[in-house]
Design a protein around this ligand. Sequence first.
Ligand code: IPE
Ligand code: IPE
Ligand code: MG
Length: 249
Amino acid sequence: MSVKQSLIELPLDLDQQRIPAHVAVIMDGNGRWAKNRGFPRIIGHQKGVDALKDLLRCCDDWGIKVLTAYAFSTENWGRPAHEVEFLMTLFERVLRRELEEMMTENVKIRFIGDLTVLPSSLQAQISHSMEKTANNKGIQFNIATNYGSRQEILHACHAIASLVKDNQIQLDDINEELFENHLYTNGLVNPDLLIRTSGEMRLSNFLLWQMAYGEIYVTQTLWPDFNREQFHQALLDYQMRDRRFGKLN
Ligand code: IPE
Ligand code: IPE
Ligand code: MG
């Protein structure tokens, strides 16, 4: 079996057997990063895209199978209109610009969240990128856009309730597996590690169900400054954790 060239780049102090299958990231601190430099907040968002690109590549290099990034929450609509508009345009522009490279790198893209209320040109670009990369066999890259866990859970409840109402399933058929199959993350393993940048100790409505037993790592680093070295530190910390899942060792 050929060793994937890039796995050779895995830092020697990381255990290849204990690399998380799924890493999720709350990319927080773009605004503060910009403010610290006297720039408008949107410059921070622009810089944040580069940090995400680097992380995606690093995850791929180090054998992580799934990366999920929180790009826009259901609560972020409450920001000033010009910031929201900038972000929507940025998502579309980046997606268009990066699609070919992601094809080359075999990345499979999926958007999670309620996409139906996004600008129609962004929705079209999202559909195009998901369809185009659907058969790629490399890293699974999920972008949470207009994502909120509570909305996701309610959405699943509605879907399941209609199945019951239409007699397609019985009440007793509702279990964890069926419920998970109705979340936006259906078919994916739950995150092993969630990283949040910029020091905030909260989930901000991200993957509430899926993170029931995920490990959380918070760094003070602001998102645009998050790099391979920081990610290395997060993985070292993760590999020290004793994941008991409620049991005893
Ligand atoms: C995260 O950075 C990006 C989005 C929420 C879109 P912020 O914009 O929240 O940056 P801070 O937290 O204000 O510094
Ligand atoms: C979480 O960051 C959402 C994203 C990173 C997309 P926020 O900046 O919106 O979260 P709060 O307001 O600090 O909880
Ligand atoms: Mg923030």
